[in-house]
Design a protein. Structure first.
Length: 257
């Protein structure tokens, strides 16, 4: 079965050959090609000549994109996976966090995609992880035209999947970057209710601090708390006779002299 996938923001029938790859990191789906008059024989010929390259199942690279930078190649691989899985496919979990630029997770080649149950299919791909999540209205957006869970939903999902250090680092990163506001965290307990890991996830919320500027800073703060060091203030600024200084971590109740 051919997936009918169109560029984000484009109406069916309003996209011609001159627009190929502009919206999709240089990629086109088989159905998009067929709709503008390209035949399957021409697709096979383009692949044989090397002018087109197979990016994923029924998704082809028709102009430069994969070879620019590692970041662009990675984004293109995620886009190809989403396109290949058809309408309703959405980047989720660690992949959504990666697209949003939320830090705190281990680097991985895996690509996590959620698809509607009616579109679920078996894929033989060691890097692809296909899920079937319930994604209510308002929980799906897009990053560079790639469908992905919005930052708040992404963070909520991850809190139930990762350990404390990674979870708090994700919270800190999302808050520090402004992707999630502190007031929005109050909605997370309801979002993760009755999910596996929800009890621990709720406890992570109290440890979030949006002033942390890196996952390393978050981990050091948590280690200090675990070791009995008084709760710290991140990125505290203070004045000295020679100017203004900043400390990433400063224990409450202690005076620096």
């Amino acid at each position: 079965m051919i997936n009918r996938v169109y560029p984000q923001g484009e109406r069916r029938g309003g996209w011609g050959r001159e627009g190929w790859g502009v919206f999709q990191d240089g990629m086109v789906t088989l159905w998009q090609a067929l709709e503008v008059g390209v035949t399957r024989r021409q697709v096979r010929a383009a692949l044989a000549r090397g002018t087109w390259r197979r990016a994923d199942q029924a998704v082809y690279l028709v102009r430069g994109g994969f070879d620019d930078t590692p970041a662009r190649r990675r984004r293109a691989a995620i886009r190809a996976a989403v396109l290949s899985l058809g309408p309703g496919a959405v980047a989720v979990y660690e992949t959504a966090a990666e697209l949003h630029g939320i830090a705190g997770l281990r680097a991985s080649k895996e690509i996590h995609i959620s698809v509607p149950a009616v579109l679920a299919k078996r894929r033989i791909d060691s890097a692809l992880r296909v899920h079937q999540l319930c994604l209510p209205p308002g929980t799906v957006g897009s990053v560079a035209g790639i469908a992905a869970t919005v930052p708040l939903r992404t963070v909520a999902d991850l809190l139930c999947r990762v350990d404390r250090f990674a979870a708090v680092a994700v919270l800190d990163s999302a808050l520090n970057s402004g992707l999630v506001q502190a007031a929005e965290l109050a909605a997370i307990p309801a979002m993760i209710r009755r999910r596996r890991g929800a009890v621990a996830a709720r406890s992570f919320l109290a440890e979030a601090d949006g002033r942390a500027q890196s996952p390393l800073e978050t981990r050091v703060r948590l280690r200090c708390v675990d070791g009995g060091v008084p709760r710290t203030i991140s990125n505290t600024r203070f004045s000295t006779p020679t100017g203004t200084c900043s400390l990433s971590l400063m224990p409450l109740g202690r005076v620096v002299g």
